[in-house]
Design a protein around this ligand. Structure first.
Ligand SMILES: [Zn+2]
Length: 75
């Protein structure tokens, strides 16, 4: 029986590609390692969500520091 190495689905004989993941099937149940290898690479885009959140947090920290400095300077 062919199996999808990414989602682990089992297919009927004759199938060559997972119809969900569109990757070639293997002839045994995928091991954890094979599933990891077949998984699409994460964080390959430059502007991914994690990076944006990181920049946003840095910006907020800078703005807070600036606001604090202005308050202190105004006293
Ligand atoms: Zn699949």
């Amino acid at each position: 029986m062919p199996w999808c190495p990414q989602c682990g689905a089992e297919f009927r004989k004759g199938f060559r590609e997972c119809n969900t993941c569109h990757i070639p099937l293997i002839d045994h149940p995928p091991t954890e390692e094979e599933r990891r290898a077949a998984r699409p690479q994460k964080n390959t885009r430059f502007w991914n969500r994690e990076r944006l959140m990181h920049i946003l947090r840095a910006l907020i920290a800078v703005l807070l520091a600036l606001a604090a400095a202005m308050v202190l300077a105004g006293k």
